[in-house]
Structures are given as C-alpha cells and as structure tokens.
Design a protein around this ligand. Sequence first.
Ligand code: MRU
Length: 367
Amino acid sequence: MTDVGVSADLSKLRVRTVEIRDDEVVLIDQRVLPHEERYVHCRTWREVAEAIRDMTVRGAPAIGVAAAGGLALAAGEAAASADDPAAFRAALDEAAAGLTATRPTAVNLAWAVAEMRAVWERELAAGAERARPAAVAAALLARARAILADDVARCLAIGAHGASLLGPGDAVLTHCNAGALATAGYGTALGVIRSAYARYGDLLVWVDETRPWLQGARLTAWELEVEGIPYRLISDGMAGYFMSRGEVDAVVVGADRIAANGDTANKIGTYTVSVLAREHGVPFYVAAPLSTVDLSVASGAAIPIEERPEDEVTTFRGVPVAPAGARARHPAFDVTPAANITAIVTEAGVLRPPFGPALAAACGGAT
Ligand code: MRU
C-alpha cells in the first residue's frame, strides 16, 4: 500500500466511528446522533452487516472499514469452530458475500472485502503453520486494523491537498456528511474543510440538511459544532439562492464511487448542487480516497444506485410527513457528471480534467 506520507494517531480522534477490537466491532450509532452518543457492539459479521444496512454506520469509507472488521470477526468465529481450511474459506466467502450485498453504491465496501480476501487467499496458499485458521484469523484482524488506520492517514493527506484549493474567508458548501463519521475518523470533504480552517482560521460552511436522512443537519452540523468551525445549516432547496447572491465560494463533497471517466456517485442531491455550481461559476470539488475509484466502471451510467424504502421519505423517525398512503421514490445516490467537477482531491494530490488519464495514473501509482 502506498505511503501517503502522513501517519495517523488514532488516540487523538475525537470521534471513533469504527473501533475494531479482538472480539467485537464497536460503532457509534449514527441513527441517534446528534441527540445521543450511543455505541453499538457487533460480535458477529451478521451484526456488522445489519448495522451497515440499517445506517448505524454509513459513509463510503466507514462502511468499508466496518466490513473489514466484520470479516475479522467472521474469521475469529470460523477459526474457533473448525481447523479445516476448506470450511474456514467457505465461512469467509459467505461473510464476504453477505457484507458486500448490504449496500451496492459505495465501492469502498467491495474494495475492503477484496483487500481482506487477498490476505486470506495468500495465507491459505502459504500452507503449513501460516494456513492454520487461527493464524489466518490473526492476519485478518491485523489487516482490518491497518485498513482503519490507513483510512485516517489518507483523509489527512486529502485534507492537506484540498486546503490549498480554499482561501481565508471562503464560504464553502457541503452536502451530506463526508466527515469523521463517514470515514475512520477525519473525513474527506470535511477533512478538507477541517484542514482549511486549521490553516486559515476563517471559513464559513454552508451545510445542506440532506433529506431524507438529514446527514447534513444531524451529522455534519454536529461535527462542526464540536470543533467550533462556523457554519449555517440550510435546507437543500436554499443552495441556489445563496449561490445566486455570490455567497458560496466553493463546493466540496465526498464520493461513493468514481467511475474511470470521473463521473461521481454521491448522496442524492449532489448532482443538483453541481448543476447550480456550474450555472453560477462556483468551483465544485470532490474529495475521496483512491479506494473510491472504480476503474472497472467506464462512466457513471454503470454505477449501481441503491433504492431505499419509500417510508424513509414519507416519514421521519416514524413520524409521517406526508398523507397516509402517499407513495414515494428513494434513490439514495445520484451521479454528478465529470464535466461538472472542477477537481478531484485524493491522497495522491489534486486531479484536474481530463479525469480519465489522471485517475488511471493516480490509481496505477497508488494501489
Ligand atoms: O447514505 P450514506 O449516508 O452512506 O451516504 C454517504 C454519502 O453519500 C457520502 O457523501 C459519501 O459516502 C462520502 S463519505 C466520505
């Protein structure tokens, strides 16, 4: 794995989004923030899968890290019940398939599963002592922890590169939550904002509330509040108003999957913001680790878009917000075309159009 030149001190993280312990994966429960800081303890891979599906943990890098932790749990469990490598591999294959199926859009999930699979295939192929299930399980636990620490390091590097795109006094709009809560602990888009604020000490963040799950209002605003970074919460429909008045200097968002041509899937509503930014001449930046890039997908048209339950739109926390019987649609993500993106900020640096060759070069040198 590429050395991004930044090391992560996990003890300094204010938010532990995912913690990978010997026999459990601990997740901050993102469904109840900001009113409650509660932790969910997952002791099996199935509990981790359920936590990803029900949004206890969310955000592309964070669900990848959680899935890696889930596979470490699966390995520990399988090693305890069988010393037969074939049964052990079958148990891991089942867990990998179950975790990958939880959410289809963010490629970081499949990426983390593939990273873990590479470890168990390598160790099982090594034979002798190394191929014993208990030894492979130990190697998988170490790899999951390394994926977590590495995510923080990559986000710190993204923050450092991205801060140079902003300046003192800028007003920056972000959509959804691409912060510490969406990663292992620092954030991509919010990592850029954090780094810029640390550098300039003068910044205003426009926070889109992000219907229907309110990741902006509940999570991004919470993170900014905790750190004392100035922000104003706006409902999603207000972004154009502030852009038309010249009150937005830049947009920074995260990503769930970046196609080979730079088309980017992110939280539903991101595409709308990109069109507004283009109309008003506001630079639109995507911040993401290279684990979000999927070179096997030529363009955004081939990115699978998750459809979530209708009642997540017609209700909020069980309270109806529409007439009884109202039907709804709920695509959880949309695709921003590469043409609307000014730059993609990665741990390898700031990539500019044309994104095809830039992404290919960055991934070639970093994976
Ligand atoms: O449905 P969610 O909350 O998992 O969606 C999250 C997003 O769309 C984020 O912007 C994206 O994962 C980037 S996180 C660094």
